[in-house]
Design a protein around this ligand. Structure first.
Ligand code: PLP
Length: 493
């Protein structure tokens, strides 16, 4: 029996009535204005400082501490967006953005996002948006085809690679803790390399693995995981009564784009498991995985046929704006055992006939992410995407060649996937601490210019700069200007 009713609203003024029943003509006009602004932004983003000159807190002091009590006109909201928000933005799709990794957006992706927002659909189960589910099935099959993934992998879109890796590690954990001869979580170990993305160790902790059961397998001089060391560590752990539960290999590390040797890693994982459940092998190809759509680069996924899961981010280097991570998994029933959740109010009238993607990952509610992926794949076609990837890698190699030719600069890793790790190391300066400080100053001076953005890392203990080419609009001229600026700035420092 209902016990209490809530009071009815008493302030249903004509103004609230008007706003709550949207004026479609007003929306149409505002949307046209916003689209004008968007087109202008895309045309001129290169003229803006790539990074704002903002101190922490300098934006929020310009915003009221409490929300408006009464409706505000759209004009003043848009004016504040232009005057307060925009000057505080870092422009990830600026042609001078060479930081982190490519995080592309593109016109077809933007258009699809506008449609997704307009539909406002929750795509948690087939019945809550049948077309969203089926478009996701189709686009994931297209991606699997583009990557030449072996038979047996099924794809699902996750929001991020971090979430996909967490999903893989939870499924791996359950393979052992829910086995016929179950293991306790304290007995389970996870292997990755110290060069793996921070999301791997975080995912392992979140999945419940004990921090001191996460093994960081030494890398070789090229920063790739050493399978011989992996084999030794796994054997030692087995001898100590522990059970290897998961190995996370990286194809394209975040620091230096190193590629862990998948075939050997899978062989080690399989060989040492005779008669026992094999550790789950997850491949984190978040950034570099896109390159595998090139026939000449497909080798980076060699060995994946023996892995259990793989993630790569179309939202990085495949022109789909954030967020859209493609997660491919072999053992779908295992995934569903770990992630299914049911409730009477979720009842769907189509048992088994189509996937309910709420059972394939962490959140219940899901965005219609397949739409932008579908728009991008169709608008560019595989060929244009391949051409773009080749061009970005060519520009990375060109930059690497300039670094190599300069006596005052040094490259610290192989140039791969458009990423070059380098430092300013003038002849005669051998003190590592001084070199670190010199390059930190160089980076600060480059950022102060507002023209380019690079991010730092450490390789073999050495502080260095990463230049990652990969934005849709970045040209050879942009890369050349970046090199000239770096060269000139270093000469004055
Ligand atoms: C970018 C990146 C991640 C994190 O991706 P999110 O989608 O932001 O979670 C993980 N691993 C690698 C190798 C990456 O390059």
């Amino acid at each position: 029996m209902p016990t209490e009713e809530f009071p009815l609203p008493t302030d249903f003024s004509p103004e609230s009535a008007r706003l709550l029943r949207p004026d479609v003509e007003e929306f149409r006009q505002q949307a046209h204005e916003v689209v004008e602004w968007m087109a202008e932004y895309l045309a001129r983003v290169g003229e803006l400082p790539v990074q704002p000159d903002a101190a922490p807190g300098s934006i929020r002091v310009r915003l009221p501490a409490t929300p408006p009590e009464h409706p505000e006109p759209m004009e003043s909201i848009l004016a504040d967006f232009r005057n307060i928000v925009m000057p505080g933005m870092t422009h990830w799709n600026h042609p001078g953005f060479f930081g982190f990794f490519p995080a592309n957006t593109s016109p077809p992706s933007i258009l699809a996002e506008m449609l997704t927002a307009t539909l406002g659909a929750q795509c948690m189960s087939w019945s809550t948006s049948p077309a969203a589910t089926e478009l996701e099935q189709v686009t994931m099959e297209w991606l699997a085809w583009m990557l030449k993934l072996p038979e047996g992998f099924t794809g699902v879109i996750q929001d991020t690679a971090s979430a996909a890796t967490l999903v893989a590690l939870i499924t791996a954990r359950d393979r052992f803790t829910r086995a016929t001869q179950p293991r306790r979580i304290e007995e389970l170990t996870v292997y990755t390399s110290p060069e793996a993305n921070s999301s791997v160790a975080k995912g392992a902790r979140l999945a419940g693995f004990l921090p001191d059961r996460i093994r960081f397998v030494e890398t070789d001089e090229g920063f790739a995981m050493r399978p011989d060391v992996l084999a030794d560590l796994m054997a030692e752990d087995r001898e100590a009564g522990l059970t290897p539960a998961a190995v996370v290999a990286t194809v394209g590390t975040t620091s230096s784009a190193a590629v862990d040797p998948l075939p050997e890693i899978c062989r080690v994982a399989g060989e040492l498991s005779r008669g026992r459940p094999r550790p789950w092998v997850h491949v984190d190809a978040a950034f570099a995985g896109s390159a595998a759509i090139l026939p000449e680069m497909r080798f980076i996924l060699e060995g994946v046929e023996a892995a259990d899961s793989l993630v790569f981010n179309p939202h990085k280097w495949l022109l789909v704006n954030f967020d859209c991570s493609a997660y491919f998994v072999r053992d779908v029933p295992a995934l569903l055992r770990s992630f299914s959740a049911s409730a009477h109010y979720l009842h769907a009238p189509h048992p088994g006939a189509a996937p309910d993607y709420r059972d394939w990952g962490i959140p219940l509610g899901r965005r219609f992410r397949a739409l932008k992926l579908w728009f991008v794949l169709r608008r560019y076609g595989v060929t244009v995407l391949q051409t773009m990837l080749r061009e970005h890698m060519r520009l990375g190699e060109l930059f690497a060649a300039w670094v190599d030719q300069s006596p005052d600069f040094e490259r610290l890793a192989a140039a791969r996937f458009g990423l070059v790790c380098f430092r300013h190391a003038p002849a005669g300066e051998a003190d590592e601490a001084a070199l670190d400080a010199r390059n930190e100053r160089l980076l600060a001076a480059l950022h102060a210019s507002g023209k380019i953005l690079l991010t730092p890392t450490r390789l073999a203990g050495k502080y260095c700069l990463r230049l990652s080419v990969g934005h849709l609009t970045t040209t050879e001229d942009d890369v050349r200007r970046a090199w000239e600026l770096i060269h000139a700035t270093a000469a004055t420092g």
